[in-house]
Design a protein around this ligand. Sequence first.
Ligand code: AMP
Length: 124
Amino acid sequence: MKDKHQNYDNQNVFAKILRGQVPCEIFYQTDDMMSFYDSDPKAAIHLLCIPKGSYKDFSDFNACGSLKEKTGFWDGVAYVVKQLGLDVGGFRMIANQGKGGGQEVPHFHVHIMGGSPLGTLASS
Ligand code: AMP
């Protein structure tokens, strides 16, 4: 049977954050997910939400995550959005994947950005 974590690099910075080896400013966490502030914010409010399981990107999480992990993750994202009042004011959610998507950290994450007008997504 395929080991679902065989392509996962456990030395990536988010894996280290989850192990407590790299500090971060945690906003919220549950058994299934963690949300913390991006260290190089691109908006007035810029947080990252990650599952606690070892999934390298959205496709990996979607294919190999359990129903509990998926529900727990997305419910956590929704809670964060609501706690920040972004469900009312509006926000942007982005998940970069792979080289083509510009993903830098190979642990699945969604960016939550808002708190100031973000404009349209693409400028060209
Ligand atoms: P991506 O390009 O989608 O992989 O985004 C990775 C994001 O992680 C970037 O916005 C970085 O600023 C952010 N980041 C990298 N290291 C840290 C860290 N130690 N704490 C918080 N955010 C980080």
